[in-house]
Write a protein that binds this ligand. Structure first.
Ligand code: GLV
Ligand code: GLV
Length: 366
């Protein structure tokens, strides 16, 4: 192999490995047992010569690492993730390192997890499962684990990008929910979909579903106060602008939580700091019928004190993209990102633009 490529973690599947090896790359996969590598660990991995690195969202790809990679002759870095809040793209730019991410292949998988959390929260599945296992079930009761009906309620989506739109479609079509969404960009496809589905339901003598594009993020939350009988499930996926930036940091805080319906369901499958987790724990304590499904945490991998004890919280360890097909696809895309830059493929049209290619049309892993 002419080029030395480092992967900071072992990744699912073999296609990504073969792609690199077949195209002049010598691949080194880090075998370090600890989950999160430090900047020093990665500097050691980069060594004196390294053409490209495939890294993970748990790593801090800032000035120090891009300087080290550039010094070792590296030109390419790919995050094995669609989110890249762990990557300082300006620093990469400064050191002439191209940055890639892995969009497209995780859209449906992530939306399916968000839908799973929504249903699990609405129907109190985790709580009920714990009840069974604890041997507490001693017969059917009219009040036992009564939850929320989704049909006819309104699902709120903040950030109607690929994932947000896929989730919205699932909830609207699967459960006949109305939609309110916020995004800087209008999602015409999504609006057309809901309109057409509404017409279909109407033609069949059913209550049609409706959509509304909110003019602000807080409007999505505030509407819940106005339209009292609606449940709001908020999925924080901001896709066309940075996933986690100043506009979304602590978007959900004490004040915004107070504007939500008392029985609302909140889902977060984007990044932890979007939610003020301390305020959330307090809100969950004060409002036992408010429920939350979290895939991400403010101090990942830790939870804020008290969260783990809340019965009205469902918590899973950042697994939204964890289907076999998707994880193999992410690994393949990450390898193609690095390979594309090293080999100068035309697909890599802008070396420092994240999210430049393959996208929705990414091929499924072989
Ligand atoms: C996972 O969180 C990702 O951004 O892909
Ligand atoms: C997130 O970046 C998305 O693909 O919606």
């Amino acid at each position: 192999g002419k080029y030395r490529v480092v992967s900071t973690k072992s990744m699912p599947g073999t296609r990504w490995i073969n792609l690199l090896i077949e195209q002049d790359c010598r691949l080194e996969i880090c075998t370090e047992k600890k989950t999160i590598l430090s900047v020093e660990d990665i500097i050691a991995l980069i060594g004196d010569k390294c053409d490209g690195v495939i890294g993970q969202l748990t790593e801090d790809w800032g000035e120090t690492l891009f300087a080290a990679l550039s010094k070792a002759g590296g030109k390419a870095f790919s995050n094995m993730a669609v989110g890249y809040n762990n990557v300082d793209v300006n620093a990469a730019n400064k050191y002439g390192v191209a940055v890639g991410n892995t969009p497209g292949v995780l859209t449906e998988t992530t939306a399916e997890l968000a839908a799973s959390l929504s249903l699990a929260a609405a129907r109190r599945i985790v709580e009920a499962d714990g009840f069974m296992r604890a041997g507490l079930y001693d017969g059917w009761l009219p009040h036992l684990f009564v939850g929320n009906l989704l049909k006819g309620q309104t699902v709120g989506v903040i950030g109607a990008g690929r994932i947000g739109s896929a989730y919205a479609r699932m909830m609207v079509e699967g459960f006949k929910m109305n939609l309110i969404y916020f995004d800087l960009y209008q999602s015409t496809r999504l609006e057309k979909f809901v309109t057409a589905y509404g017409q279909f339901l109407k033609a069949n003598g059913e209550q049609p579903v409706t959509w509304k594009r909110a003019s602000s993020m807080s409007e999505v939350l505030q509407e819940a106060d106005v339209v009292n009988s609606f449940t709001y499930s908020i999925v924080f996926i901001i896709s066309l602008h940075p996933v986690l930036d100043k506009t979304t940091y602590h978007l959900i805080n004490k004040e915004s939580l107070a504007t939500m319906k008392k029985e609302a369901i909140l889902i977060n499958c984007s990044r932890g700091p979007v939610v003020d987790e301390v305020a959330l724990v307090e809100h969950l304590k004060q409002n036992p019928m408010f429920r939350v499904g979290l895939d991400v945490f403010e101090d990942e991998p830790y939870m804020k004190p008290g969260l783990g004890e809340m019965k009205n919280a469902i918590v899973v360890p950042h697994i939204a993209s964890a289907s076999k097909w998707t994880r193999e696809g992410m690994a393949t895309l990450a390898a193609l990102n690095v390979l594309g830059k090293i080999k100068g493929y035309p697909v890599w049209h802008d070396p420092n633009r994240v999210d430049p290619f393959l996208n929705e049309n990414a091929p499924p892993p072989a």
